[in-house]
Design a protein around this ligand. Structure first.
Ligand code: AMP
Ligand code: GLY
Length: 419
C-alpha cells in the first residue's frame, strides 16, 4: 500500500514511524513532513489546508490510504474533500470533527445526553457575557468557541481578568471568528488525563491512558503550551475509572454522535479531569494528541494500518487491539522563548547519539534539514521518547536521551512524568 500522512509535527512523525513498521505498507509520503519524517517518508511540500493539491497528489500517486494528523484540516473538511474524489481517508468528516471545532456544539451535546462536564453558559454578545460575570464565582473559565491553536481557554482569577478576556476574544477578536461565541464555565480542579480512542462510529476502543504537561515550566508554572511532555500510562486512571468512562462517556459520545447524524470515524480524544465529584469531560479532540501520540503509539502492538482500515470499513469490532505492558515518556525540547517569541535555524547536535541509546526514539516536531544538517524550525523542536519497564525507568531513559542533545537556547522541563 501507498500511504499519505498529512501534517508535519511530532504527532505525524510518530504516526509515520508506526506505519513504517507495517508489512502492509510499501511507500509513505508525508505532506509537508519535517526533518525527521524525511528519513522514513518522502516529504511533499504541500500545506495541510491545500485540499485541492493534496487530493490531486493522492490521485496522481495512487495513494491507498491517507491519515490526517492535525485539527484544522479536519475541522475544515479534508476528509469530505478526499471522499468526494473517491479516495480512502482516515479521520472524521467535517460534520463530526465539529466535536472539537466548536466548544458550543460539544458542550450542548454533553448537556443533552447527560455526559458529565463542567456547568456552563454560552454567549454571542459581549455585553451579556460581561453581565453574567457578576453572578459567577472565581476563578472562572472562558473559552472561545472555535479552534485557537490551543490558546482559546482563559482561566480568569477575578472579575477584571474575566472582562478583559471577553473583550479580547469577542471585541478585539484575538482568535478571529473562533471568538464569535464564548463558553463561560465552572472551574474544575483535579488531575487531567487524556484517553484517545479508535472508533468506527459504532465500536469504541480506548487506547492506553496518557497525561500531558501543558505549562511551559517545571511544577506547572508559566504559560500554557501545546504540551511540554507526556507519559503513559497515567498513574491515577484506574480500571474502575476506565470502566466508568467507558459506560458514561466513551460509548454515549459515540452513540449520540451517530444519532445526531454525525457519525464519528477516526480518533476521538477525551480530555478528562478527575475531580472529587467524579470524572468530567473538559474537551473532545477529533485526532491524535500531540505529544500524546508520541507515548501511546510506541506502546501499540497492533498494526496501525490494519486499525485504520477496520475503522474506515466499520469493522473495528472484528479486530483485536493489543498494547505492551510497559511505560513511555516523551520530553519536549523547545526553542528558548516558546510559547511566545523564539528564534529558529539553530543546528541541533546529538540526535544520533540519543537515538543510539536503548529504548529511545527521537520524534521531530519543528525541524528541517538544511545542507545535511538538522536545524530548529519551530517552537516545539523534538520529542525525546523513551520506552521503559515502568514510568520511573522510562523517565530516567528519556532524560539520558535529552542529555545527549543540544541546540542554542533550548528549553525543556525537568519534571515530565512526575505527576
Ligand atoms: P480545553 O481546550 O477545553 O481542553 O482547555 C485547555 C485546558 O484548559 C485544559 O487542558 C485545562 O487545563 C484547562 N481547562 C479547561 N476547562 C477547564 C475547567 N472547566 N476547569 C479547569 N480547567 C479547565
Ligand atoms: N496535547 C494536547 C493536544 O494535542 O490537544
Amino acid at each position: 500500500m501507498k500511504v499519505l500522512v498529512v501534517g508535519g509535527g511530532g504527532r505525524e512523525h510518530a504516526i509515520v514511524w508506526k506505519i513504517s513498521q507495517s508489512p502492509l505498507v510499501d511507500k509513505i509520503y508525508c505532506a509537508p513532513g519535517n526533518g525527521g519524517i524525511q528519513e522514513l517518508a518522502e516529504c511533499v511540500n504541500i500545506g495541510v489546508m491545500d485540499f485541492e493539491r493534496l487530493t490531486e497528489f493522492a490521485q496522481e500517486k495512487g495513494i491507498d490510504l491517507t491519515i490526517v494528523g492535525p485539527d484544522d484540516p479536519l475541522a475544515a473538511g479534508i476528509v469530505d474533500a478526499f471522499e468526494e474524489k473517491g479516495l480512502r481517508v482516515f479521520g472524521p468528516r467535517k460534520d463530526a470533527a465539529i466535536i472539537e471545532g466548536s466548544k458550543v456544539f460539544s458542550k450542548n451535546l454533553m448537556k443533552k445526553y447527560n455526559i458529565p462536564t463542567a456547568a456552563y453558559e454560552v454567549f454571542d454578545k459581549s455585553q451579556e457575557a460581561i453581565a453574567h460575570l457578576k453572578d459567577v464565582s472565581y476563578p472562572i473559565v472562558i473559552k472561545a468557541e472555535g479552534l485557537a491553536l490551543g490558546k482559546g481557554v482563559i482561566i480568569a482569577q477575578d472579575y477584571n481578568e474575566a472582562v478583559q478576556a471577553i473583550d479580547n476574544i469577542m471585541e478585539q477578536k484575538v482568535f478571529g471568528a473562533a471568538g464569535n461565541r464564548v463558553v463561560i464555565e465552572e472551574f474544575l480542579t483535579g488531575q487531567e488525563v487524556s484517553v484517545l480512542a479508535f472508533t468506527d462510529g459504532y465500536t469504541v476502543v480506548p487506547m492506553v491512558s496518557a497525561q500531558d504537561h501543558k505549562r511551559a515550566y517545571d511544577n506547572d508554572e508559566g504559560p500554557n503550551t501545546g504540551g511540554m511532555g507526556t507519559f503513559s500510562p497515567s498513574r491515577i486512571y484506574t480500571p474502575e475509572i476506565a470502566a466508568y468512562c467507558m459506560e458514561n462517556i466513551f460509548k454515549p459520545t459515540v452513540r449520540t454522535m451517530r444519532e445526531e447524524g454525525r457519525m464519528f470515524k477516526g480518533i476521538l480524544y477525551f480530555g478528562l479531569i478527575i475531580t472529587k465529584d467524579g470524572v468530567k469531560v473538559l474537551e473532545y479532540n477529533a485526532r491524535f494528541g500531540d505529544p500524546e501520540a508520541q507515548v501511546v503509539l510506541p506502546r501499540l502492538k497492533t498494526d496501525l494500518v490494519e486499525i485504520c482500515n477496520a475503522v474506515i470499513d466499520e469493522r473495528l469490532s472484528d479486530i483485536d487491539i493489543t498494547w505492551e505492558d510497559n511505560a513511555a515518556v516523551c520530553v519536549i525540547m523547545a526553542s528558548g522563548g516558546y510559547p511566545q517569541k523564539y528564534k529558529t535555524g539553530y543546528t541541533i547536535h546529538g540526535i544520533k547519539d540519543a537515538q543510539a541509546l536503548e529504548g529511545i526514539i527521537v520524534f521531530h516536531a519543528g525541524t528541517k534539514c538544511v545542507e545535511g544538517e538538522t536545524v530548529t524550525a519551530g517552537g516545539r523542536v523534538l520529542g525525546v521518547t523513551a520506552i521503559g519497564s515502568d514510568l520511573d525507568d522510562a523517565i530516567k531513559k528519556a532524560y539520558e536521551g535529552v542529555q545527549k542533545i543540544s541546540f542554542t537556547d533550548m528549553h525543556y522541563r525537568k519534571d515530565i512524568g512526575r505527576k
